[in-house]
Design a protein around this ligand. Structure first.
Ligand code: SF4
Length: 373
């Protein structure tokens, strides 16, 4: 496999002028910087607003005081080193703190900052916990990017999970199909391992992170094709990112291209109010408008996303709004008492997160409504 040419210092990006490198250095030092030669070659360096440039090259406004390091309170759900258990059927394992690039809007940038010990290379306690919790039927490998692990290490981890009878689905969350698709297309051993562990009744899902259609190159399409041939299901999730994909035309192009190559558009996430994310976030009500304008413009297969906020209370869908009110619904609830609840708030165009709305004007339990009728 051709080795990726990783670049960890903004000073080593030849396409950025010396003056700009000085301007960007503080943000790069604060939140870390990483890219690779392949991904940098996809950027149109004559266009200061190139969307892929925005994904990976720092913006000085990242240093604005805003947000929290762990905006979704992931620490609250940590049950073993690197393992989070928020919803009964799902466990999330932080497998590594390395990625093929550092996305500027990353909500786990705390992992790349010094002194973070949330990830561990000793998966034994996490595996013990999963073994002991029979309600866990799917495990999400995340990080960092699990495909940055060596094929040997990943094989051992997948093998250990496959030995746990009640774990049916293994999800691998990875941006490498965008950052460096050769990781998949040029590692026959990895593809063989995926084929071995993705079984008819116990599939592996690859959760890709294509944020913009420009990332879906011929190399990426080839990697996707090989992964599909290995019997792996592929879904895509992306945040709605200011300056990258925050308009209906761009989203339609992304969702259509994904559906054409056999990747199901899955979640469209609200950018989390994480430290450093101020330049990348879109207000919720503007996001709802963009999603509204996207719907109906592409086939049902392309239009399968849910616009979701990964809140400490659960995955909350931003459903729609009227002139006065905005509506949310629990898609997944950390507290079973919240399951399926609708939340109604007075409009606030400045809101970026549920907490910006204060108290709901109404909270409806659809089961209660059904029973009352
Ligand atoms: S690939 Fe995921 S974990 Fe890695 S920097 Fe990007 S958003 Fe963060």
């Amino acid at each position: 496999m051709a080795k990726a040419n990783y670049i960890n210092e903004i000073e080593e990006v030849p396409q950025i002028s010396p003056a700009d490198r000085i301007l960007l250095k503080d943000a790069a030092d604060c939140f870390s910087f990483r890219a690779n030669g392949y991904y940098l070659s996809l950027i149109d360096w004559d266009d200061p607003e190139d969307p892929l440039r925005r994904i990976v090259i720092p913006d000085p406004a990242e240093l604005d005081e805003w947000g929290e390091l762990d905006a979704s309170c992931e620490h609250r759900f940590t049950v073993a080193p690197g393992l989070e258990h928020k919803y009964p059927d799902t466990a999330l394992l932080l497998t590594t703190n390395v990625c093929g690039g550092v996305c500027r809007f990353c909500f786990r940038k705390r992992l790349f900052m010094c002194e973070n010990r949330e990830t561990t290379l000793d998966y034994a306690p996490a595996l013990d916990y999963i073994r002991g919790h029979k309600e866990i039927n799917n495990v999400l490998l995340s990080g960092g990017d699990p495909l940055m692990l060596s094929t040997g290490r990943l094989t051992r981890l997948l093998g250990a999970l496959r030995e746990i009878e009640h774990v049916r689905i293994i999800r691998i969350g990875s941006k490498l199909p965008a950052y460096y698709p050769f990781r998949l297309s040029e590692d026959g051993e990895l593809l063989e391992v995926l084929a071995r562990f993705s079984k008819p009744h116990r599939r592996i899902y690859l959760m890709t992170h294509f944020n913009h259609a420009n990332e879906i190159t011929e190399h990426a399409v080839r990697a996707v094709e090989m992964v599909l041939k290995a019997g792996v299901i592929i879904c895509n999730q992306t945040p709605l990112i200011r300056g990258v994909n925050d308009d209906p035309d761009t989203l339609v192009e992304l969702f259509e291209k994904l559906s054409f190559i056999g990747v199901a558009p899955y979640y469209l996430f609200q950018v989390r109010p994480t430290v450093g994310n101020r330049p990348y976030v879109v207000p919720i009500e503007e996001g709802i408008e963009i999603v509204e304008l996207t719907g109906g413009r592409c086939s049902g297969l392309a239009n399968r996303i849910r616009y979701i906020m990964s809140h400490a209370r659960g995955k909350i869908e931003m459903v729609g709004m009227t002139e006065e009110e905005v509506f949310f619904r629990f898609h997944r609830a950390a507290d079973p008492a919240d399951r399926g609840h609708f939340l109604v708030y007075p409009r606030n165009p400045e809101a970026y997160w549920l907490d910006d709305y204060g108290e709901p004007s109404q909270e409806l339990d659809p089961l209660e409504v059904l029973n009352a009728n």
